[in-house]
Design a protein around this ligand. Structure first.
Ligand SMILES: *[C@@H]1O[C@H](CO)[C@@H](O)[C@H](O)[C@H]1NC(C)=O
Ligand SMILES: *[C@@H]1O[C@H](CO)[C@@H](O)[C@H](O)[C@H]1NC(C)=O
Ligand SMILES: *[C@@H]1O[C@H](CO)[C@@H](O)[C@H](O)[C@H]1NC(C)=O
Ligand SMILES: *[C@@H]1O[C@H](CO)[C@@H](O)[C@H](O)[C@H]1NC(C)=O
Ligand SMILES: *[C@@H]1O[C@H](CO)[C@@H](O)[C@H](O)[C@H]1NC(C)=O
Ligand SMILES: *[C@@H]1O[C@H](CO)[C@@H](O)[C@H](O)[C@H]1NC(C)=O
Ligand SMILES: *[C@@H]1O[C@H](CO)[C@@H](O)[C@H](O)[C@H]1NC(C)=O
Ligand SMILES: *[C@@H]1O[C@H](CO)[C@@H](O)[C@H](O)[C@H]1NC(C)=O
Ligand SMILES: *[C@@H]1O[C@H](CO)[C@@H](O)[C@H](O)[C@H]1NC(C)=O
Ligand SMILES: CC(=O)N[C@H]1CO[C@H](CO)[C@@H](O)[C@@H]1O
Length: 781
């Protein structure tokens, strides 16, 4: 039971709110009731406040700049957040509105008190003891007497633009009733607007945002991806908050519905809502009592790839590939209209290269077709797909091969159960964190060539193919050599180039050879705009080869330490952008989809630049293959980039990458290459102590203009961050995500760096054979 003090506080709060919001204070005078009995009425100025916490208020309001009056329900703490409106498209002109329950208890009516015109009503079975009540869930209900959960009518059955905990979207298969939410027309007009969100119930259940005319004229704008048993496949971030707001999807003979709850912590469940905004976005918002504001937990569509069918049939969207207007084709397909794609119109999609083998007619077991896995995707639209929750993966594959119309299949849920089969176009496919695998059916001959498409999964390629594109690993094609690998330029038959990285068999440990396939799988699952894309691999005999996108702009060291025009091309703002992008890439590795990946060998020569001079981190995940089974045998980290604890004690943690990142940062701004840290780091520290950090900037470049205060400030902050990264003690170094936060916000707090021990660390440990191997040669250019 609540104390009286609490409820009188609540009363005061409610009264205060009404004074603030300029609505009449008659409500306070009228007291806080949550019920309206038969024959009673509610006039403009009076309110009902939900029982329990008093979280919700029903009354009359005018939205935004409008002077029209509507009956609605809002959050008591946030008076302009109206989540339900009765007379959405029949506003009242003045304050004469009256809500009443009619005498025979069969109708809830909203009247214009002057003209007695009915502007809105709800009818139900007449009940002698009918009473209207605003429940503490925010649901306005009519029931017969006060007890029981049976409602004669409820507002939750007629959603406006908002879904609250306990409401649902979807369809009753018994009554045919459908629940969906429709945006307002504008901030000033609650009448149904252009955007609507429904639960699609053909195929697998998923949430779809529509635009335009109800019925036939509407077009899909954005889909969340199918429900995978835990979250909607295209919204992996939902698992961040599903403990607080558990999602519920019900698919039974009775109904296909979606809803969610709000779990009480410390007594009260947090206030939350999902709203389809008139701007065409769907948001999940949570009330933060301390800042008295709504915090956004989710917003969709989030990026260009969320835009429905952006890349057309058999297209594959990659949010990190701005350079190709985000679109590629799935393996085995090419742009249907290359000229349209060149003009960035990708909606026409892709066309199959080699026809499927369906000689057997229906007797599919004789087909020679095979499946290529497209990993980590939001599954395509399942509207016309057939779904069998009872089938296994093996059964699913068999069925697909057995039906000439089948073009792809996938497991229906995240644990690999169930079977979805597509027999027409694959539409709205994109890469997504923690995505699922799509098995794409292709002709056998598609498996003999290296995929030449920037947006596809990682393929296994045979050694013969690798040899043919590198002229049998000829000197002509050699573009780089390091301690652990040799890199060749591979030229495919159509003239396109790839970088072929051949790991040195002498350097690979047995364990490394064994682990290769697993490490490739990890690398293949990593998709980030700042990571160099792995296209294919070869794991044949003793050969371990990785095929990457070719970056003709070479590695960062070629620019930073290069001749003047090339050096100056990377002007200050560009260098800051590069540092920020590298930080995001490393942070992604550290907090990747399947756990942490330590890069272990961050250095300028491992960071390549694309055509837009954006950095691509190479070699993530491979360094591990060279670490001996017993620790202490091989120094993998290049000298000068190794943290003290690794150089001295072979301790390899995420913080070693942070240290290496710090060296990369300082090198990038200073233009000083220092493999053994004798000059750069002491100099950086000296300048910090003298307060002359800007003297660290590469003297070969023009100084930033003295009046460009923003740039000067950013550069100084950046060097400061570099010093924090190279702290002696791992614990004193920030994490990569803290670094990203510091680099992206000018106002975030930063610690003062501690004085590092700048004695010659290299001398503290005898140089090993392997140190020489792992020196700062360019491994991939
Ligand atoms: C509302 O109720 C009051 C008394 O409770 C009554 O005087 C008034 O006529 C009612 N208004 C309408 C429109 O029924
Ligand atoms: C309402 O409740 C009364 C008893 O309180 C009962 O006689 C009546 O049948 C009920 N009506 C409906 C529609 O449930
Ligand atoms: C939520 O999840 C996404 C995707 O899984 C992840 O990238 C993000 O960092 C998470 N955000 C928070 C605040 O945990
Ligand atoms: C819709 O978005 C606009 C702009 O972000 C915001 O001001 C408004 O409050 C949102 N409306 C709702 C109903 O969330
Ligand atoms: C885009 O290309 C398709 C054909 O692929 C064409 O039908 C459509 O009109 C084009 N759209 C624009 C905006 O040019
Ligand atoms: C489903 O089939 C209908 C009718 O053939 C077609 O118009 C629609 O584009 C298809 N939808 C998808 C997502 O394939
Ligand atoms: C193949 O799949 C299509 C679409 O689901 C279906 O209509 C057809 O009957 C299937 N054919 C065979 C031989 O199973
Ligand atoms: C590569 O070697 C094979 C035989 O080992 C030879 O037939 C082929 O001509 C060679 N290709 C090139 C480009 O040297
Ligand atoms: C590197 O990128 C720049 C900027 O896009 C471009 O102008 C230049 O031609 C590229 N250099 C090489 C060697 O490709
Ligand atoms: C790679 C490189 O340039 N290293 C330099 C680091 O600093 C020492 C001492 O000044 C130089 O001798 C190295 O050449």
């Amino acid at each position: 039971m609540r104390s009286t003090r609490q409820s009188s506080n609540l009363l005061r709060l409610v009264a205060f709110f009404f004074l603030l919001s300029g609505q009449t204070s008659a409500a306070a005078a009228a007291g806080v009731a949550d019920k309206l009995d038969k024959g009673q009425n509610l006039t403009d100025g009076q309110t009902l406040v939900s029982s329990g916490g008093g979280s919700y208020t029903l009354g009359f309001f005018s939205p935004g700049k409008s002077t029209k009056r509507y009956l609605g329900i809002w959050f008591t703490v946030s008076g302009d957040t109206v989540y339900w409106v009765a007379n959405r498209d029949r506003p009242l002109d003045g304050k004469s509105g009256v809500l009443l329950l009619n005498d025979d208890g069969s109708q809830l009516v909203l009247l214009d008190g002057g003209s007695r015109r009915t502007v809105w009503s709800a009818s139900f079975l007449a009940a002698s003891a009918a009473v209207v009540q605003l429940l503490d869930s925010g649901n306005l209900v009519v029931r017969n007497g006060s007890g029981g959960d049976a409602y004669l009518w409820q507002s939750f059955d007629q959603p406006s633009d908002t879904l609250l905990p306990g409401m649902k979207m979807g369809k009753s298969l018994w009554s045919g009733q459908e629940w969906f939410i429709t945006a307002w027309r504008s901030a000033d007009d609650p009448s149904p607007g252009d955007y609507r969100r429904t639960l699609a119930t053909d195929g697998l259940p998923e949430l779809v945002l529509w635009r335009g005319g109800g019925g036939g004229g509407a077009t899909k704008v954005y889909r969340t991806g199918p429900w995978n048993g835990r979250f909607f496949n295209g919204v992996p971030e939902a698992s961040n908050y599903s403990d607080k707001f558990p999602l519920q999807v019900t698919s039974s003979a009775r109904e296909v519905t979606y809803g969610y709850g709000s779990v009480a912590t410390a007594g009260a469940a947090p206030l939350t809502r999902v709203v389809v905004n008139y701007t065409g976005v769907v948001e999940r918002l949570v009330w933060d009592a301390s800042s008295r504001a709504w915090q956004r937990f989710f917003q969709g569509p989030r990026d260009p790839c969320d835009s429905y069918a952006r890349c057309g049939p058999f297209g594959l969207c990659d949010a990190d590939a701005a350079a190709t207007s985000f679109c590629g084709c799935v393996d085995g397909f090419t742009a249907a209209s290359p000229s349209a794609w060149a003009l960035r119109n990708t909606s026409g999609g892709c066309r199959r290269g080699v026809a499927l083998d369906c000689a057997g007619g229906g007797g599919g077991s004789r087909t020679t077709d095979k499946f290529k896995v497209v990993r980590g995707v939001k599954l395509p639209d399942t509207r016309n797909a057939s779904v069998d929750m009872g089938a296994t993966a093996a059964e699913c594959e068999r069925r697909c091969l057995g039906n000439c119309s089948c073009v792809a299949y996938a497991a229906a849920d995240i644990n690999g159960g169930g079977c979805v089969i597509w027999t027409d176009d694959i539409v709205d496919l994109r890469y997504v964190d923690r995505g699922q695998d799509l098995y794409l059916r292709l002709a056998k001959s598609e498996f003999d060539v290296i995929p030449d498409n920037p947006s596809m999964g990682v393929a296994s390629v045979n050694l013969a193919t690798i040899k043919s594109i590198t002229e049998n690993f000829s000197e002509n094609c050699l573009i780089g050599e390091g301690g652990f690998s040799t890199v060749y330029k591979g030229v495919q038959s159509d003239g396109r180039m790839v970088a072929v990285k051949r790991l040195k068999q002498s350097a690979l440990t047995n364990k490394g050879k064994k682990d290769f396939a697993r490490e490739v799988a990890v690398m293949a699952g990593l998709h980030h705009g700042s990571l160099l894309r792995l296209l294919a691999y070869c794991n044949e005999g003793n050969e371990r080869i990785l095929v990457y996108a070719y970056m003709k702009n070479k590695s960062l060291d070629n620019h930073i330490f290069g001749p003047l025009p090339r050096r100056a091309n990377l002007h200050w703002r560009r260098r800051l952008d590069i540092i920020q992008a590298i930080a995001k890439g490393v942070a992604y590795l550290h907090e990747g989809p399947d756990g942490s990946v330590i890069h272990r060998d961050l250095k300028l020569s491992n960071i390549l630049l694309d055509d837009e001079l954006k950095p691509k981190i190479a070699d993530f995940g491979t360094a591990k293959l060279f670490v001996a089974d017993q620790s202490g045998q091989t120094l993998v980290v290049s000298q000068g980039y190794a943290s003290p604890e690794y150089a001295l004690r072979d301790e390899m943690t995420l913080k070693c990458d942070v240290y290496s990142f710090g060296v990369v940062l300082l090198e990038t701004l200073s233009g000083v290459r220092n493999g053994s840290m004798q000059t750069l780091l002491p100099q950086a520290w000296r300048l910090w102590e003298q307060g002359n950090l800007m003297d660290l900037l590469d003297p070969a470049m023009a100084r930033p203009a003295p009046d460009d205060a923003e740039l000067l400030y950013d550069l100084e902050r950046c060097i400061h961050i570099g010093l924090l990264c190279i702290q002696d003690m791992a614990d004193d170094r920030p994490t990569m995500s803290e670094i990203v936060a510091m680099l992206t916000s000018r106002t975030s707090q930063m610690e003062q760096p501690k004085r590092p021990t700048l004695d010659s660390r290299a001398a503290m440990r005898p140089l090993r054979q392997s140190d020489v191997q792992g020196s700062t040669t360019t491994d991939l250019t």
